[in-house]
Structure formats: structure tokens, C-alpha cells
Design a protein around this ligand. Structure first.
Ligand code: NI
Length: 226
């Protein structure tokens, strides 16, 4: 499932973060790339332990915890501390698959990457190019979202970022280990969740809502690893 989540951060939060990000010192993005993706990667990144990265990363994590759509779609077990990248002057990231396991810098913690997330910190009007292109079994999807919006997609997908030919594309990117690792099962649960929510609004007292909620939880019990 590929899902766009609007307004993860407010315009005020985005503006505040951008001030700090624009003033920070960026390094070559290949520092966090695996062997295969280092050959395709050409961008800048904030060092993982940069104080600005940690500060804004925590803001993002708190915003995600409050976001019902993210919680329902991702069913998160662990979220990798958000990283930040910037593309400008023709920079791009060729087709790759994200590493399956990421170690959190300086800790023994590992995150299995079930879902990849990109949160936009620049508006589409600020730059040309820079589309995130994701290939999955349903075809090719091109994503370029307003600042503060986020895209969530299966980490199993091949993806690339097109060259940025004007301005700068500033984003946060990170991975989620889900309680339900299989994308098909997770998508079914999300669909069921949304359907129960709609039913609860339209016919709040219908007995089938309790039954369907039971089905949701019993499937989650069957499939979730915590
Ligand atoms: Ni990637």
C-alpha cells in the first residue's frame, strides 16, 4: 500500500524546522548508504547524530504518535530515528531498494524496514524535479507532496528520486518496523479499520460494528508480533 498522509506537521512547524535545516551543515549522503545504493546516491544529508536532526526527528516522532492515519496504516512497532536529505544542482538518487535491516547509530537496536516514509519540508513550487518514483506490483507512482505531508510505502519497492534541476528538495526519510510485517495483511487490516470507522459514523448503533471490530482485533492478534 502506498499512502499519502496530509498535514503530519503544520505550516508553522515546517517553517520553524526549515530555518534550522537551512542553517545546518550538510554532508555527502553516501555516509548512510549500503554498498549497492552508494553507487546510485547523490545528495546531501544531515549527520545522524546532528543535534538539529535529533531535535526535528523527535518532533516528527511525536507528531506521528498523534496521527491516527499513520498509526492505523503502519501499525508501528519501531520507528527509525528520522534522517534528513537535500537534493539540489541536478542531484538525484537512482533506482534502489532500501536495506532490510537498519542499525540505529551508536546503539544495539535494529529496525526491520517494513515501511519507508518520506516527509516533505519543501513545497513543490520551490524546486523542479525531485519526484519520488515508486514501483510496485500496481505500477509506477510519482510522488511530490506539499511541505508537511508524508508518503508511506512498502520498503520492498524499487524507488528513485529524479534529478532536482532548480531549487532544493529538503525531506526527512525513515523506516518503520510494523507489528504486521506483511504488506498485504497490513493493508487488509487498514481497509477493515477504515470501513468500521465509516460504519460507526453512519450507523453508530449497528450490532455488526462490534462484530467487525472483533474480527479486526482477532486478525491483529493472529498476525501481530509485539
Ligand atoms: Ni530509498
Amino acid at each position: 500500500m502506498l499512502l499519502q498522509i496530509p498535514d503530519v506537521l503544520s505550516p508553522e512547524e515546517v517553517a520553524e524546522c526549515r530555518k534550522a535545516l537551512d542553517a545546518a551543515e550538510w554532508v555527502d549522503g553516501r555516509v548512510t548508504a549500503g554498498y549497492q545504493s552508494a553507487k546510485a546516491k547523490n545528495n546531501e544529508q544531515l549527520p545522524e547524530d546532528h543535534p538539529i536532526a535529533r531535535q526535528i526527528g523527535d518532533l516528527i516522532l511525536r507528531a506521528l504518535e498523534r496521527n491516527p492515519m499513520f498509526m492505523a496504516a503502519a501499525l508501528p512497532s519501531k520507528v527509525f530515528p528520522p534522517l534528513f536529505n537535500r537534493y539540489r544542482g541536478g542531484q538525484s538518487f537512482g533506482t534502489h531498494v532500501d536495506n532490510a535491516i537498519r542499525q540505529v547509530n551508536g546503539t544495539p537496536h535494529r529496525v526491520r524496514t517494513d515501511l519507508s516514509a518520506t516527509l516533505f519540508f519543501a513545497d513543490p513550487s520551490e524546486y523542479d524535479g525531485g519526484e519520488l518514483v515508486i514501483e510496485d506490483t500496481y505500477g509506477v507512482h510519482t510522488v511530490k507532496l506539499p511541505a508537511g505531508h508524508m508518503v508511506l510505502y512498502p520498503s520492498t519497492s524499487l524507488h528513485h528520486v529524479r534529478p532536482v534541476t532548480r531549487g532544493a528538495r529538503v525531506c526527512s526519510f525513515f523506516w518503520i518496523q510494523s507489528m504486521v510485517r506483511d504488506d498485504g495483511k497490513r493493508t487488509l487490516l487498514f481497509d477493515l479499520d477504515l470501513a468500521v470507522q465509516r460504519l460507526s459514523e453512519d450507523v453508530p448503533d449497528h450490532a455488526a460494528i462490534v462484530q467487525l471490530t472483533g474480527v479486526y482485533h482477532n486478525l491483529l492478534r493472529r498476525w501481530a508480533e509485539v
